[in-house]
Design a binder for this molecule. Structure first.
Ligand code: FES
Ligand code: FES
Length: 158
């Protein structure tokens, strides 16, 4: 059976069976940064990038990813955007229990790579599928705004 690429490395899907991507990432690849909150596509905790687009990995069968590129929070955290976002989320107090954080980070990286200067409404819309029980969301939105500002400053400084 074909495999898929995850965070730049090749993996086979022989043992995937009928499991969803979130389970294969966590159980077979040891990528436990991807969290499972609801398992029904409602919370966004399991968000990963599939061929560059955010998906709920609890709703995607792993075998559907054959030939595709998956990026998990472990992968995006190494990008410049991911590092700045992680720092700003921590600084803003937007990381409390942490269940939502990986999915939020992946979604926010996807947002800032598509739109480096989103307004507040754009951030809220982009993150509307990522539920957080702890923070009340304002700290998260402010962290994304701060990250966008820092990244713009870095680009300007060249
Ligand atoms: S665990 Fe996948 S959306 Fe909640
Ligand atoms: S920090 Fe707990 S769910 Fe968001």
């Amino acid at each position: 059976m074909a495999g898929f690429r995850c965070n730049g490395a090749e993996f086979r899907l022989d043992q995937a069976g009928d499991r969803v991507l979130a389970d294969v990432l966590r159980e077979d690849l040891g990528l436990t940064g991807t969290k499972i909150g609801c398992g029904t596509g409602d919370c966004g905790a399991c968000t990963v990038l599939l061929d560059g687009s955010p998906v709920n990995s609890c709703l995607v069968y792993a075998v559907e990813c054959a030939g595709s590129e998956v990026q998990t929070v472990e992968g995006v955290s190494h990008s410049g955007t991911g590092q700045v976002l992680a720092e700003e989320l921590a600084a803003a107090g937007a990381v409390q229990c942490g269940i939502c954080t990986s999915g939020l980070l992946v979604m926010a990286v996807s947002l800032l790579e598509a739109d480096p200067a989103p307004d507040r409404a754009g951030i809220e819309t982009a993150l509307s599928g990522n539920l957080c029980r702890c923070t009340g969301y304002l700290a998260i939105v402010r962290a994304v705004e701060a990250a966008a500002g820092r990244l713009a400053d870095e680009r300007e400084a060249g």
